[in-house]
Ligand binder design. Structure first.
Ligand SMILES: [Mn+2]
Length: 355
């Protein structure tokens, strides 16, 4: 659990209490719907869970995590208080980015002798640096996504509905090894494609339609994310032009990306191309985000980002242009930042595809 050492370097607390499902999964390597994890300095970590998970957790948690079963009928806070007392814990970090107000209030009430300090952002920061295993999971998730894209191209034709494309695409990801979805699949055709996060509808795809597909697979709990806009039959001159501008913007971002650059800098490489072609007001979202257990993690690439893109971090590059009543185009690749450069993990073709 090297990550806990990194975390304790950033915070002033004797222990950190992890309650959220995703952070528990991150620090224990074990997925469960119930549990409390106490991280302590010196790589002493205690995972408290109930009989549904106790036996399984013992064999599946990472090294350095002791599994404790909550006393039958006992309150979790009694177990926590005991652990804090035994280990001379006076200051406890909590996940301010994850807890509900109710959870926080109840924690504050039941752990009255303990000083609680917010450490949510520091946890996000530690999670943003991926281990080799996490990188492998994300690469695999992305390769599943690319494989599904190749196969869905055979399915898309005039007369098929957006919903049917969604279902087929999700099936293809599952067939290629996805254990689930990274997020709700976006399929937007024709003028629906001007809505960046459109939900798939029963609309039938017609000749000349752009079809934007934004989708991702989950593998060992880790996400992938990619977007392609393809055309069914010849697009209008305007949509063809928009496609070329978005493609140029995306390539400008990827080709100029480097380890240590600002997220804002990556955004501006893409945004400038769109701006110089007169479409600035139609690029209505940021350029990219990282991912991991969550589909959106830090760092981010936007005009307001203060993040740096460091080695072992991911970033998507996904500029888009959306014109209401006309349609939209988005192209998204997933990039891995490493000391010696950037790797584009998305292998699918992005030259204009006309089916
Ligand atoms: Mn994305």
């Amino acid at each position: 659990m090297k990550d806990t050492e990194k975390l304790f370097e950033l915070i002033k607390a004797d222990a950190v209490l992890i309650i959220s499902e995703k952070n528990r999964m991150y620090f224990t390597g074990f997925a469960s719907t119930f549990g409390y994890l106490v991280l302590m300095r010196g790589n002493k970590n205690i995972f408290i869970t109930d009989p549904r998970y106790y036996e399984m957790a013992q064999s599946l948690v990472r090294d350095g995590v002791e599994v404790v079963q909550i006393a039958n009928g006992g309150a979790i806070t009694d177990t926590l208080t005991e652990i804090f007392l035994q280990n001379n814990i006076a200051i406890v970090g909590y996940e301010d980015t994850e807890l509900t107000v109710q959870q926080f209030t109840s924690l504050k009430h039941s752990l009255s002798g303990i000083k609680l300090v917010a450490v949510g952002n520091e946890i996000c920061y530690v999670r943003s640096f991926k281990t080799e295993t996490e990188i492998e999971y994300i690469k695999k998730a992305q390769s599943i996504t690319d494989a599904a894209f190749t196969e869905i191209l055979k399915v898309i034709k005039p007369g098929i509905s957006e919903r049917d494309v969604q279902v087929e695409l999700e099936y293809l990801m599952a067939k290629n090894g996805a254990e689930g979805l990274a997020f709700d699949t976006i399929i937007a055709s024709g003028i629906n494609s001007s809505k960046p996060h459109a939900h798939p509808t029963d609309k039938l795809i017609e000749s000349g339609d752009p079809v934007t597909m934004d989708f991702g697979a989950r593998y060992h709990g880790y996400c992938s994310d990619m977007t392609r806009t393809v055309f069914v039959g010849q697009p209008s001159e305007e949509l063809h032009k928009i496609y070329n501008v978005v493609l140029l913007a995306q390539k400008m971002g990827i080709n100029n990306a480097y380890c240590g650059m600002g997220g804002r800098e990556l955004d501006s490489f893409c945004r400038e191309v769109i701006k110089s072609n007169g479409y600035e007001k139609y690029f209505v979202h940021s350029t990219g985000h990282s991912l991991g257990i969550d589909i959106h993690e830090t760092p981010s690439a936007s005009a307001r980002s203060t993040d740096t893109l460091n080695a072992k971090q991911f970033i998507t590059c996904e500029p888009g242009i959306y014109i209401p009543g006309v349609g939209g185009v988005r192209i998204e690749d997933l990039l891995l930042v490493e000391e010696d450069g950037i790797t584009d993990l998305t292998t699918s073709d992005k030259n204009i595809i006309i089916l």
